[in-house]
Write a protein that binds this ligand. Structure first.
Ligand code: EPU
Length: 335
């Protein structure tokens, strides 16, 4: 039966799915994959990193299996397995409340655990790969379970094997993370965190860092429950040093981050703001007024309208800076 996906994607796009099945256990998913018949599924987690440009002529599998289990522990750390349907932010808060260190900088990232490895989620100096041990996934074609180690996942900046060579082939069912039990390695190198801790008059701790991140994110990033969005719409472009040298000569005040000897990362939010888009609105499609990297749906925008705006931004940033912006969100059915 056709089902509206409006409440299942944080952009709030009213696209229809041909059919919709909620998955509440790994066994249910295994049984489904073992059945004969078409296996052209669309795998949906929190719907927080995608733009739906059209109706989906597929069966949506809504991954909602829950549960946490302890896999191993020593006196320094514990490895926990989280079912893919667990909410990411609630998992962060569960860890903070139980004094388990490692993901406190990733507070308030929307979405579910199962999606975290796909794009190696990251924020404020920490990425999933820093705590990742392994994940289990079911191969859609065979229904067989496969374990992926840290190395197997080929994590990069907002990237993994699941976005490349194995795209669309596996459904992640469980993610295992290594969390510290004591001597937590706190990451406060990101300037905004240190400044927020000072403002809060707090010493760094799991709880204070999570609170600082929550405060920073809430002040800059729109709450998807109030205004549709998918966080950063584009990746921060990583450009060659030669390209950077001419960019830097023309815009000496532009922020940048060294990556390695041959490449430099430039913040897309700055480029988009300089191109004049910050806070702009075209119908119901818009650019957030506090963070130009975030595109927003002011109400009834279609996926196509958001895409048109994204393409207009790409064109103008390319013309002004000769830098190509690449989408960070998954574009579904977008031409
Ligand atoms: N900037 C501007 N104008 C803007 C936005 C940003 O000039 O409108 C400048 C800022 O002043 C700063 C720089 O750009 O110098 C970087 O901005 P910010 O610290 O806000 O981070 P970002 O690079 O825009 C990335 C991630 C975010 C993550 C933050 C914090 C990507 C694509 N985005 O944003 O991740 O929360 O760093 O670590 O890497 C997401 O992936 O959805 C996401 C929100």
């Amino acid at each position: 039966m056709p089902t509206s996906l409006k409440t299942y994607n944080t952009f709030g796009i009213d696209a229809q799915a041909a059919a919709f099945i909620e998955i509440s256990s790994e066994d249910q998913l295994k049984d489904l994959l073992a059945q004969d018949g078409p296996k052209d599924y669309f795998i949906l987690g929190g719907g927080s990193n995608m733009l739906l440009c059209n109706d989906l002529d597929k069966t949506v599998l809504y991954i909602n299996n829950k549960g946490i289990r302890e896999i191993s522990r020593n006196d320094k750390e514990v490895i926990l397995g989280f079912q893919a349907g667990e909410n990411w932010h609630q998992t962060v808060m569960y860890c903070v409340e139980n004094d388990l260190g490692g993901i406190e900088n990733l507070a308030l990232i929307p979405g579910k655990i199962g999606a975290a490895p796909i794009q190696n989620i990251g924020a404020y100096g920490v990425e999933l790969k820093d705590v990742f041990v392994s994940c289990s996934a079911l191969e859609i074609s065979s229904g067989k379970t496969k374990e992926f180690s840290l190395k197997d996942c080929e994590f990069g900046y907002r990237d993994s094997v699941f976005k490349n060579a194995l795209k669309g082939e596996y459904i992640i069912t469980e993610v295992c993370l290594k969390l510290s039990l004591k001597d937590h390695k706190l990451s406060t190198s990101y300037g905004a965190i240190a400044a927020e801790l000072e403002r809060l008059e707090e010493q760094p701790s799991l709880r204070s860092i999570a609170q600082a991140v929550i405060n920073i994110r809430s002040s800059k990033l729109p709450d998807p429950a109030k205004i549709g969005n998918s966080g950063s719409f584009f990746k921060n472009p990583v450009i060659s040093r030669t390209a950077f040298d001419s960019f830097h000569a023309a815009y000496p005040d532009a922020p940048f981050y060294e990556v390695d000897a041959t490449t430099v990362k430039v913040p897309a939010g700055w480029l988009i703001e300089q191109a004049g888009f910050k806070g702009k609105r075209f119908g119901d499609a818009g650019v957030h007024d506090k963070q130009a990297l975030v595109l927003v749906n002011h109400g009834e925008a279609t996926g196509q309208e958001i895409l048109d705006l994204a393409q207009r931004i790409q064109k103008e940033v390319l013309a002004k800076f000769n830098i190509a912006l690449q989408a960070e969100v998954n574009l579904i059915g977008c031409l």
